[in-house]
Design a binder for this molecule. Structure first.
Ligand code: ADP
Ligand code: ZN
Length: 743
């Protein structure tokens, strides 16, 4: 490693003749660059060291960086570094990643660093006793008695990690005596926490499934990419159920065999339960898991384990990109087309794109996986920038589901209902055969709009440009943008008419209500992100479906993702047109991807699946592409629509979002920015215009959109642009490079 800390001698004439060294230290706050500190004599510092430094009379944790801002504070004015913390050094490739990301997103280096230090990893874990699951018992012995209490303890330990005694007792709601009795019965085992290795080593030689020829070929190609030990990017495309997961787990095995680390990014950690079971089936142990809801103890331990090379595989949400891997060999982005990979708050970035960068800086292989790759990724594959592997068939001869359209103009549901007669009939038939059905509606709550029948007033959020959504089970009206909620009023707040408020349109709760009336004997399961929180709830639901404790599943987009439900043979989409309404750049592409993914839940095992899309626009290209099973043709059309106007991926976009307390302040700042907008060949600026969410959390919002040709670097333009405009206090300008949301 290049030691960039430079010796600086104190100017002649100084009374102290000692040589001081400058140490640039980056702090996890929105400072644009590192500050210089002095390295006290005897303190050896290297880039990556995690240190304590004084800042405004406080001690802050920072990281010794490679280069400072270059401003010449005289050495004698530098404050000394207080201490080097006993924590693993931040690796050079992660530091370069922080630099790269800051430059690309226009966030400050410090803000990006904050994402890599968002863990109190610095206190070394204290040795203490804990329990973990006992080794499997000898089958000839009688199984120990099972009680609900014991069951809860086993569930709390299901991740295979050891938990401290006190915490386990609290989480499982049992006494210490219960735990001791279970330990005596061999169900759990006491271990010293510090001594137990954080994560068991997955065994790459553990037998995997026998791959089909097409799978084997793809797997061999990925294994080779990992063995090459240099950067490469591969798109692994394959219809739902074609075995993409099994194939990329082979790449993980290759990475493990080289004793390097693998990172798998999933768009929604809630669906990881089934994924984790798959991983365990493949490798015999659980991987490390990383997401924002981890308990701080687990977080600390995982972070350390990654930094010490003790966590060979991490599966995580986008924030896992910032873990201090010592030897990253492989990054997998599963469901790469998912917009959930875009972080919309704080540092705005796309985790799929950043995963490619992270891999490049680590000289690792990256694999992007999808049944319906984004146009961005497809274009990179077609241009030869990414390798392209395709699995054309479902595994084991399972057929892709048959897709049918129900024209709602010809087959309207009865008044006040949302399930058309043909869909009702199809559900009835499916349930009659003892198979499972699923109804999909991508809208939480009971009704998206509440209207007064007497005066026409619509219930709206006071803080946002949004209707309030009725959540009947909770008795509230809620704003899905700011989270504000209020009880459902008995009378119209404007005209005072009693019992005049009427729900308009369906949310998933309303479909549950309708199904309860239509199929009274069916066992229903509602799955929505607000009613099913955390991986455990999702796991329990998946288990209930797999064990056929459920006949009819009704859910929001949470049911679309990755699940493998072998007995599910019918999927009904209540409102297939829903995603087309917003009309942004990618509305069609996204709708196609989502509907294709939901459809892919049907018929994954021996029974063929069937999908029915309810639509008012059956002639729409999205519906026709799904009907014909011609995703490829659809994407060709999409490409043809975007290329001439230089829309992404044939051009670049960056948005400026101006927000302020008052509409006037927002307008003024937006106007100033508009006047200072860059111009030139291949550069267009759209706006300023009120954002579709013109009011969000009480702030007034305006947008400007910079569109350039692909060969124009937008970062330089943006920096020069922003530097020209003095934004008053209280006005914020957020920069969104490569925007996905246009709200
Ligand atoms: P995808 O990720 O493409 O949707 P999966 O990897 O989830 O597909 O595979 C679908 C199902 O088929 C899973 O239950 C998986 O375990 C099974 N499967 C895929 N390939 C094989 C194989 N070669 N042998 C046995 N089972 C397989
Ligand atoms: Zn609101």
């Amino acid at each position: 490693m290049q030691d960039l800390l430079h010796d600086v001698s104190i100017p002649a004439g100084s009374r102290r003749q000692k040589r001081l060294r400058r140490a640039p230290v980056l702090l996890p706050y929105p400072f644009p660059a590192p500050f210089d500190y002095a390295a006290p004599e005897g303190m050896a510092l290297e880039p990556g060291d995690i240190v304590l430094v004084p800042l405004n009379r406080r001690q802050e944790v920072g990281v010794v960086w490679d280069e400072g801002a270059g401003d010449e504070v005289p050495e004698r004015k530098l404050k000394p570094v207080s201490a080097v913390l006993d924590a693993p050094r931040m690796p050079a490739d992660l530091r370069r990643f922080v630099d790269w990301m800051a430059a690309y997103t226009l966030a400050s280096q410090g803000e990006v660093l904050a994402m890599a230090l968002r863990v109190n990893a610095l206190a070394a874990p204290r040795p203490a006793m804990g329990y973990r699951l006992g080794a499997p018992t000898d089958a000839t012995h009688a199984a120990p008695r099972m009680t609900p209490q014991r069951q809860r303890v086993l569930e709390s330990l299901a991740d295979g990690l050891a938990r401290p005694v006190g915490e386990l007792a609290r989480v499982a709601g049992v006494s210490g005596a219960v735990l001791r009795a279970m330990a005596e019965a061999g169900m759990i085992e006491a271990v010293p926490l510090a001594a137990s290795p954080a994560f068991a080593l997955p065994d790459p030689a553990y037998p995997g499934p026998v791959l089909s020829p097409a799978q084997a070929e793809a797997a061999a190609s990925l294994r080779q990419a990992v063995s090459d030990r240099r950067f490469s990017a591969t798109l692994l495309e394959g219809v739902t159920g074609s075995g993409k997961t099994e194939v990329y787990l082979e790449a993980v095995a290759a990475c493990l065999a080289q004793e390097r680390q693998a990172l798998v990014l999933l768009p929604e950690i809630a669906l990881s339960a089934q994924w984790l079971a798959r991983f365990e089936a493949r490798f015999g142990v659980a991987p490390a898991v990383w997401h924002s809801d981890l308990a701080s103890r687990v977080r600390r331990r995982t972070w350390r384990a990654v930094a010490e090379g003790q966590a060979p595989v991490v599966v995580g949400a986008r924030s896992a990109l910032f873990l201090p891997f010592t030897e990253l060999g492989l990054v997998v982005v599963d469901e790469e087309h998912e917009t959930a990979f875009k972080q919309e708050e704080g540092v705005i970035y796309h985790a799929r794109d950043m995963a490619v960068v992270r891999a490049r800086l680590a000289e690792a292989a990256v694999v992007l996986v999808s049944a319906t790759p984004s146009l961005e990724t497809l274009t990179n594959a077609h241009a030869g920038r990414y390798r392209h592997l395709v699995l054309p068939q479902r595994h084991g001869g399972a057929e892709l589901p048959r897709i049918g359209l129900i024209d709602l103009r010809a087959h309207p549901p009865p008044r006040g209902r949302f399930i058309s007669p043909p869909l009702e009939e199809a559900v009835r038939e499916t349930l009659g055969r003892g198979e499972q059905a699923m109804l999909f509606l991508n809208r939480r709550g009971y009704a998206p709009l509440t209207l007064c029948r007497a005066c026409g007033h619509r219930m709206q959020c006071t803080q946002c440009t949004a209707w309030l959504v009725e959540h009947r089970t909770r008795g509230t009206l809620q704003c899905h943008h700011c989270g504000n909620q209020e009880p459902i009023p008995a009378a119209c707040p404007v005209c005072g008419a009693a019992h005049s408020l009427t729900p308009i349109g369906p949310g998933v709760e309303r479909i549950v209500e309708e199904c309860t009336a239509l199929f009274p004997a069916a066992r229903l399961l509602a799955m929505a992100s607000d009613t099913m929180q955390g991986p455990n709830a999702a796991a329990a639901a998946a288990h209930a479906v797999a064990e056929r404790m459920v006949d009819l599943i009704i859910g929001t987009q949470i049911v679309a993702k990755g699940w493998h439900f072998p007995h599910l043979t019918l999927v009904g989409v209540v409102d297939a047109d829903l995603g087309l309404a917003g009309g942004d750049l990618r509305a069609s592409e996204r709708t196609m991807q989502l509907l294709h993914q939901v459809a892919g839940r049907a018929g994954r095992a021996e029974h063929p699946g069937r999908v029915l899309l309810q639509s008012f626009a059956p002639e729409h290209p999205v519906m026709q592409a799904l009907l014909a099973g011609d995703i490829e043709g659809f994407m060709v059309q999409e490409a043809a629509a975007r290329a001439p106007g230089h829309w992404p991926p044939y051009g670049r976009l960056a948005a400026l979002i101006v927000s302020a307390e008052t509409a006037q302040a927002a307008d003024e700042a937006a106007r100033d920015l508009g006047r200072a907008a860059p111009h030139g060949e291949g550069i267009t600026v759209l706006g300023p215009a009120p954002a579709p969410l013109a009011l969000l959390r009480g702030r007034h919002r305006r947008r400007l959109l910079l569109k350039t040709r692909r060969d124009v670097a937008v970062q330089g333009l943006l920096r020069a642009w922003l530097a020209k405009v003095a934004v008053p206090r209280g006005v914020r300008v957020d920069v969104d490079v490569d925007p996905v949301s246009f709200l």
